[in-house]
Design a protein around this ligand. Structure first.
Ligand code: HDD
Length: 679
C-alpha cells in the first residue's frame, strides 16, 4: 500500500519519491520539453507521402522504443519484488557491530526480489525451479544484500563451474527446448557428472521447487558468512528466513496446469495480497558457530553443498521482515535492482567458501553489463546514507559532482572526502589467517557428496518421499539418452537403494548395485510437514447457483473471512448471483475465467436440480480439487452431487449439516490443506 504522507514514509520511500513522476493530467511533450500537437501522424510529404527524416518527434519516440529493453539477467531472469522493512527483536551487539543489528529502535527499509533461476523473463511461474530470495537492506551504514535462494544448499562447490551448470540447465542450444525446466538431457548429464550436486538434486526434486506462494517459502543465505563484533571477534553465521504463514507447496499436477491457468500465479499472489493489506511476513534467523568449532563437523562449513542441521545448531530468530509496498514501476525498480552478495556492511564479512568468493566477482560484473557503469546511482539501488568518493563519469552519469578535486590524497580539498578508521565506522576486513600454496584443487573435506543427501531423504515424510520418487521418474523419463538416465540412477543408489530402485523401475533401467549411504540421522526441520500452518489468505472457490441458501452462505463467508480465508464467488456468468433471503453476491469468477487450480479449497452451494451444464462444470471443479487433495465443503443440498462422483465421506470432504460446526471444520480442513489419505 502506498503512503501519501511524507512523515510516515521510511527513508527509502522518501528518497524514491524525488524520482517518481505522475503523467496523468499533464501536457504531452518531447523529452526535450517541446509540447506535442499530434502524436498519431508522422510528418509526411503529402498525406500519402513518405515520412520525413526531419520528424524529430517521430525519431525520438521510435529510437527510445527501440532501446526499451536491457539484457535479461543471465539467470533468475523472471522475478518480482516488493518493498518492506526489517525490525530487530534484540540487539546482536555481542555478535556484530552492524548497526541495523544492534539498535532495536531502527526499522531498516528493504526490497526483496523473488525469482526463478532457469527460465527466461517470460517463463511461467509455477515451473519446477529453485526460487531466488534476494534482499537489499538499506541500512544507515550502506546497503547489505542477502542474495539467497529458497533452498539452503547449492549445486556446485566452486563458482568456476557456474557457467557450466547454467549452460546445462538452460534450454538446449540447438533447439532452445525446454524453457525453464530441468527435465532434459543436458541438465541431468551435468548432475551425473558433477556428483557434488547430489544433495541439491534431492532438494530440487522435492516440493520445495513448486512453492504455493512467495509468502509461504523459506529463504537461505546458503553460504557461511561472518559476524564481527566491536572487539574484533568473529563468529560464523548462516542466514535463514522463515515465512510466518508456514511453508506450503503445490503438487506437481497442479503446478503444471497452473502454468496455463495463470502464468503469473506468484506475482499476482504477492501483488494482490500486498495491495489488500495482507502483508507478507517472515522472520530472519541466524545459526551461529564459534570460530573454534570450525572443524567440529563431519562436513566442511565452507562447502555450499552442505547445510547445518538445525537440531545441532539451532536457528535464533532475530527479527521480522514485512513486505508492505508494491513498486510503482516494475522496470525502474524490480528490473533495475542490482543485487550483489559483495554488498556487505561493517560487522558482516565473507568466508573463504569458494562459491561465495566467485560470486563476489560475478554479480558486480553482470550489473555493470546489464544495468551500466552507474547502476548504483539509480533510485532503487542508491543507499539511504550519504555516499561520497572520487569515482567519476561513465555512461549516463546522473549525479553532478561539483568539486574540482577528484583524487585522493589531496591537499586542495583538505584531503576530503576523507577515510575513517574502523574505530570510527570505517569498513575493515576481518583479518582471518590465510596461508597455503596456490593450487587448483578441491579440499578433501569437500568430497563427501552423499551423507547430507541421505540426511535429507531420511527427513522426508512418506508423502514427500513419494513426490521425490515421482519427480525423478518424470524428469529422467524426459531424458532421451539412456546412459544419462542410468548414470543418474547409479548416483541415486549411493543415496538410497529404495529411491534408486523405484526410479530405475519407472525408467526401465538397471537397479544399481552400489553401496548406499549409511547415514541414519534425520533432521525434522527439513520436512515441509513440520511447519506451523495458517489458513490466512488461502482462497476458497465458492460455487453458487441462483437460489442458494443466502443466510447460511453469508454466515459461512463471514466466518471464513474472519480467519483470513479469501472466498472467491464462482457462478456460470459474471455479474451477481441471487440467493434466498434477498441476498445477492457479486460474482468474482465464472466457470470460464476461474479454475479449481486457483483455489486452495472449494465450497459448493449447488443442488442436483441445477441445469446440466452447471452441474457438469461443478463436478469438474470438484474432481480437480479432490484429485489435488484439497478441502471440499458442500451445502446439505449438494451432498448428492458429491455422491454421484464418489467422493462423499472421503477425507477432507465435508457436508454442512450445522453451519456453526461446519464453518469451523472447514477452516481446520483449509489449515491442513492436503488430504493425502485419499490415495
Ligand atoms: Fe546467483 C543472480 C542466488 C550462485 C551468478 N543469484 C542471482 C539471483 C539470486 C541468486 C537470488 C537473482 C538476484 C536478483 O533478483 O536480481 N546464486 C544465488 C545463490 C547462489 C548463487 C543462492 C549459491 C549459493 N550465482 C551463483 C554463482 C554465480 C552466480 C556461483 C557465479 C559465479 N547470479 C549470478 C549472476 C546473477 C545471479 C550471473 C544473474 C543476474 C544477477 O546476478 O544480477 O551474477
Amino acid at each position: 500500500m502506498k503512503n501519501n504522507n511524507n512523515d510516515k514514509m521510511d527513508k527509502k520511500e522518501q528518497q524514491l519519491q524525488q524520482f517518481v513522476r505522475q503523467n496523468e493530467g499533464k501536457i504531452m511533450t518531447s523529452n526535450e520539453g517541446v509540447k506535442i500537437s499530434n502524436d498519431e501522424d508522422s510528418l509526411k510529404a503529402g498525406d500519402r507521402g513518405p515520412t520525413l527524416i526531419e520528424d524529430f518527434l517521430f525519431r525520438e519516440k521510435m529510437a527510445h522504443f527501440d532501446r526499451e529493453r536491457i539484457p535479461e539477467r543471465v539467470v533468475h531472469a523472471r522475478g518480482y519484488g516488493a518493498y518492506g522493512e526489517f525490525e530487530l527483536y534484540e540487539s546482536l551487539e555481542e555478535l556484530t557491530m552492524a548497526k541495523f543489528l544492534n539498535d532495536t529502535a531502527v526499522k531498516t527499509p528493504l526490497f526483496i526480489r523473488f525469482s526463478q533461476v532457469a527460465g527466461s523473463k517470460g517463463v511461467n511461474e509455477t515451473n519446477r525451479d529453485v526460487r531466488g530470495f534476494a534482499t537489499k537492506f538499506y541500512t544507515e551504514e550502506g546497503n547489505f544484500d542477502l542474495v539467497g535462494n529458497n533452498i539452503p544448499v547449492f549445486f556446485i562447490q566452486d563458482s568456476i563451474k557456474f557457467p557450466d551448470l547454467i549452460h546445462a540447465v538452460k534450454p538446449e542450444p540447438n533447439n532452445e527446448i525446454p524453457q525453464g525446466q530441468t527435465a532434459h538431457d543436458t541438465f541431468w548429464d551435468f548432475i551425473a557428472n558433477n556428483q557434488e550436486s547430489a544433495h541439491m538434486a534431492m532438494w530440487i526434486m522435492s516440493d520445495r521447487t513448486i512453492p504455493r506462494s512467495f509468502r509461504m517459502m523459506q529463504g537461505f543465505g546458503v553460504h557461511t558468512f561472518r559476524f564481527v563484533n566491536k572487539h574484533g571477534k568473529s563468529h560464523f553465521v548462516k542466514f535463514h528466513i522463515k515465512p510466518v504463514l508456514g511453508l506450503r507447496s503445490l503438487i506437481w499436477d497442479e503446478a503444471q496446469k497452473l502454468g496455463g491457468a495463470d502464468a503469473d500465479y506468484h506475482r499476482r499472489d504477492l501483488w494482490e495480497n500486498i495491495e489488500n493489506g495482507n502483508y507478507a511476513e517472515y522472520e530472519l534467523g541466524i545459526q551461529v558457530l564459534e570460530e573454534a568449532d570450525e572443524f567440529k563437523f563431519d562436513f566442511d562449513i565452507l562447502d555450499s553443498t552442505k547445510l547445518w542441521p538445525e537440531e545441532d545448531i539451532p536457528v535464533r530468530m532475530i527479527g521480522k521482515i514485512t513486505l508492505n509496498r508494491n513498486v510503482d514501476n516494475v522496470f525502474a525498480e524490480t528490473e533495475q535492482v542490482a543485487l550483489h552478495p559483495g554488498n556487505i556492511v561493517r560487522g558482516i564479512d565473507f568466508t573463504n567458501d569458494p562459491l561465495l568468493q566467485g560470486r563476489l566477482f560475478s554479480y558486480s560484473d553482470t550489473q555493470l553489463y546489464r544495468v551500466g557503469t552507474n547502476h548504483q546511482e539509480l533510485p532503487i539501488n542508491r543507499p539511504v546514507c550519504p555516499f561520497h568518493n572520487n569515482q567519476r563519469d561513465g555512461a549516463s552519469r546522473y549525479i553532478i559532482d561539483k568539486d574540482r578535486i577528484a583524487y585522493h590524497k589531496n591537499s586542495l580539498a583538505d584531503n576530503t572526502p576523507y577515510t575513517v578508521p574502523g574505530s570510527k565506522g570505517g569498513f575493515v576486513t576481518y583479518p582471518s589467517l590465510v596461508d597455503g600454496r596456490k593450487v587448483r584443487e578441491t579440499a578433501e573435506s569437500f568430497e563427501d557428496h552423499f551423507s547430507q543427501a541421505r540426511l535429507f531423504w531420511n527427513s522426508m515424510s512418506p508423502v514427500e518421499k513419494d513426490h521425490i520418487m515421482q519427480a525423478f521418474s518424470f524428469e529422467l523419463g524426459k531424458v532421451q539418452n539412456i546412459s544419462v538416465r542410468q548414470q543418474v540412477v547409479n548416483m541415486l543408489g549411493h543415496i538410497s537403494t529404495e529411491l534408486a530402485t523405484v526410479v530405475a523401475t519407472a525408467l526401465g533401467v538397471e537397479v544399481p548395485k552400489v553401496p548406499e549411504s549409511q547415514v541414519k540421522k534425520s533432521s525434522p526441520a527439513l520436512s515441509l510437514f513440520n511447519t506451523k500452518h495458517s489458513p490466512k489468505t488461502l482462497k476458497v472457490g465458492v460455487i453458487l447457483e441462483s437460489g442458494f441458501n443466502g443466510r447460511e452462505t453469508n454466515y459461512l463467508l463471514e466466518q471464513w473471512k474472519k480467519v483470513g480465508l479469501q472466498p472467491v464467488i464462482v457462478h456460470d456468468e459474471l455479474g451477481v448471483v441471487k440467493g434466498t433471503d434477498g441476498i445477492e453476491l457479486k460474482v468474482d469468477q465464472s466457470f470460464l475465467t476461474g479454475s479449481p487450480l486457483l483455489y486452495d479449497g472449494l465450497y459448493v452451494g449447488v443442488s442436483p436440480n441445477a441445469n446440466e451444464n452447471f452441474l457438469w462444470k461443478t463436478k469438474s471443479f470438484l474432481i480437480d480439487t479432490y484429485n489435488h487433495f484439497k478441502p471440499i465443503g458442500a451445502s446439505e443440498a449438494a451432498a448428492p452431487i458429491l455422491e454421484s462422483i464418489g467422493i462423499l465421506g472421503k477425507p477432507g470432504v465435508l457436508v454442512d449439516q450445522n453451519p456453526q460446526t461446519f464453518s469451523k471444520e472447514f477452516i481446520d480442513a483449509m489449515t491442513i490443506q492436503r488430504f493425502w489419505q485419499r490415495v
